[in-house]
Design a protein. Structure first.
Length: 296
């Protein structure tokens, strides 16, 4: 039985506010926080409402009047969990095989895009690798774009300042000493030589992608998993188009692509395992997807 709209969840926030916030997040970002996450939504709405000096049931009406309140609700529900060299193996694959191959083949600067970059650890991990591979030549040889839908995450990413907890997650002592300056007991800042390799931009992945040229490498990690099925399929089609033929796509460890391996046969309307759009390849201990060379 559905709970009546004005019933309170265990968090004390009413169901109507939770449902409104889930629908808002889906409309604005494509993220579908299923009913099993209602508790978390309620907690975050409760915290936000008290920060704004409001009662949670008042949030929807206030958000209709003030776009900044609506933005704050979306921000409060986004998950920016990330870490330097997250999962480690994909970065070994990048360092050993993918980046050297891309740099060898690229006619101009290699284009690398960290889509859904959260607070910057992912693109900065790649920037550290590029700096180590190319030294002072890195800015001329590689263009690193990083994007997210969240202005709050992007502003933290641009600042490139991380807490002790954050630098202790995934960074080796060598990387920390070589690429960071300590600014205080709980603050490390990435040096400009690495920081300046990354250009940040707000891009909402459910909108048409801005034309940024075809990319040699795209990292799309730990965001698709939260999207609804229709949004996921549409995003993959856009991502494939943003890759150059032969380009490389990396997804998160829990994400895999079955949809793009299947195409609907135009004549019969039947699903047919046609020539794949993206081909799965193993690099070291990780799986990547490559856009077929002849998929122009
Ligand atoms: C869990 S983090 C993943 C960060 C990083 N890729 C990693 O794997 O460590 C997911 C990020 O996706 C972003 N995001 C969610 N929906 C998005 C959308 N529609 N367009 C762009 N970014 C989105 C969130 O703001 C968040 O920063």
């Amino acid at each position: 039985m559905c709970a009546p709209d004005d019933a309170a969840t265990p968090t004390g926030v009413d169901h109507a506010a939770v449902e409104w916030a889930r629908a808002l997040l889906r409309r604005r970002t494509g993220i579908d926080l299923g009913p099993e996450r209602s508790y978390v939504v309620g907690v975050r709405l409760g915290v936000l409402a008290s920060r704004l000096g409001l009662a949670a049931p008042a949030l929807p009406a206030r958000a209709r009047l003030e776009p900044a309140v609506e933005d704050a609700v979306v921000e409060a529900l986004l998950n920016h969990e990330s870490a330097f060299f997250r999962d480690w193996e994909p970065f070994e694959a990048l360092r050993r095989e993918v980046l050297p191959a891309v740099l060898r083949e690229a006619r101009g600067p290699a284009r690398i895009w960290s889509a859904a970059c959260a607070t910057g650890q992912e693109p900065y991990s790649i920037a550290m690798l590029l700096h180590e591979l190319l030294g002072d030549g890195a800015p001329a040889r590689a263009a690193l774009l990083a994007s997210d839908v969240s202005e709050a995450a992007l502003s933290r990413a641009r600042a490139a300042r991380y807490s002790r907890f954050e630098v202790n997650r995934g960074l080796s002592a060598r990387h920390l000493l070589q690429h960071f300056e300590q600014e205080g007991p709980d603050a490390w800042r990435l040096r400009a030589s690495v920081r300046d390799l990354v250009r940040f931009e707000r891009i909402n992945l459910i909108d048409p992608l801005p034309p940024r040229g075809q990319q040699d490498v795209i990292l799309l990690r730990n965001v698709m998993i939260y999207l609804g099925a229709a949004e996921r399929a549409a995003l993959l089609a856009r991502i494939r188009a943003a890759l150059r033929p032969g380009g490389w796509l990396l997804l998160g460890g829990a994400e895999s692509v079955l949809d793009p391996l299947i195409r609907r046969d135009a004549a019969s309307g039947r699903l047919a395992a046609a020539r794949p759009w993206l081909v799965s390849v193993r690099v070291g201990k990780t799986f990547w997807y490559r856009r077929a060379e002849d998929d122009a």
